[in-house]
Write a protein that binds this ligand. Structure first.
Ligand SMILES: CC(C)(COP(=O)(O)OP(=O)(O)OC[C@H]1O[C@@H](n2cnc3c(N)ncnc32)[C@H](O)[C@@H]1OP(=O)(O)O)[C@@H](O)C(=O)NCCC(=O)NCCS
Length: 186
């Protein structure tokens, strides 16, 4: 797999667009990542500083693309504003590990579900991955629902698999394969 790819695309869903992060988005990321839920359930730094946000949009996300992975801003198609982030890592090895968050003010409108379906479609149909997967803390009801609403299959619980905020936790492993019925509907 080469390390340099074409320019990162914009992906169109029914409620969201996924586009590359830009330096101008740092303030949005900084504000969103002050949220207690994002700090609780994801591995973003805590406390989350403005430098973290600048590093995310100007270094982490572009570097991910250069290395064969993909991190996108989730834009609410209705407003045109960036309201979340979704990324897939491991693409060069054929397995896309997905993570996401949506800003508190934009939740409850199906944006995470649409973002996950849109990214999964691209991973399976354009990026050539054999499997899209994500892991969720069993206590993270919202994210469990997002995975299920997007058509992912729960494969089981991996015991003590991850360390989040210094605590080792179980995770539910979800996957979507090209041959799954849900993948035909993406
Ligand atoms: C989890 C998160 C991404 C959900 O974003 P969202 O845009 O509100 O989710 P959606 O509106 O797409 O919801 C999809 C489904 O999940 C359900 N859902 C979402 N949040 C929920 C919650 N907190 N409790 C129960 N159900 C929830 C919705 O009702 C919807 O169900 P439906 O398909 O049956 O109608 C958002 O709350 C978030 O960013 N949380 C903090 C970060 C995080 O947990 N990231 C994931 C780490 S694995």
């Amino acid at each position: 797999m080469t390390t340099v790819r074409d320019v990162q695309p914009v992906l169109t869903g029914s409620k969201v667009r996924l586009r590359p992060w830009t330096a101008d988005d740092a303030d949005v990321v900084f504000a969103a990542c002050q949220d207690a839920e994002i700090q609780r359930w994801t591995t973003v730094p805590s406390p989350y500083t403005r430098a973290d946000a600048v590093g995310y949009v100007t270094t982490f996300a572009p570097r991910a693309w250069e290395q064969g992975d993909a991190v996108f801003a989730v834009v609410d198609a209705a407003s045109g504003e960036p309201v979340g982030s979704i990324g897939a890592h491991g693409i060069p090895d054929g397995v896309a590990h997905v993570g996401y968050w949506v800003a508190a003010a934009a939740r409850g409108r199906g944006l995470a579900r649409d973002a996950l379906r849109t990214l999964a479609r691209w991973c399976l149909r354009e990026a050539g991955v054999a499997r899209v997967e994500l892991v969720v803390d069993p206590a993270n009801t919202g994210s469990l629902r997002v995975a299920e609403a997007a058509g992912f299959t729960a494969e089981g619980t991996l015991r003590q698999r991850l360390v989040v905020r210094g605590r080792r936790i179980d995770v539910v492993m979800y996957s979507l394969l090209p041959g799954d019925a849900a993948a035909q509907d993406l």
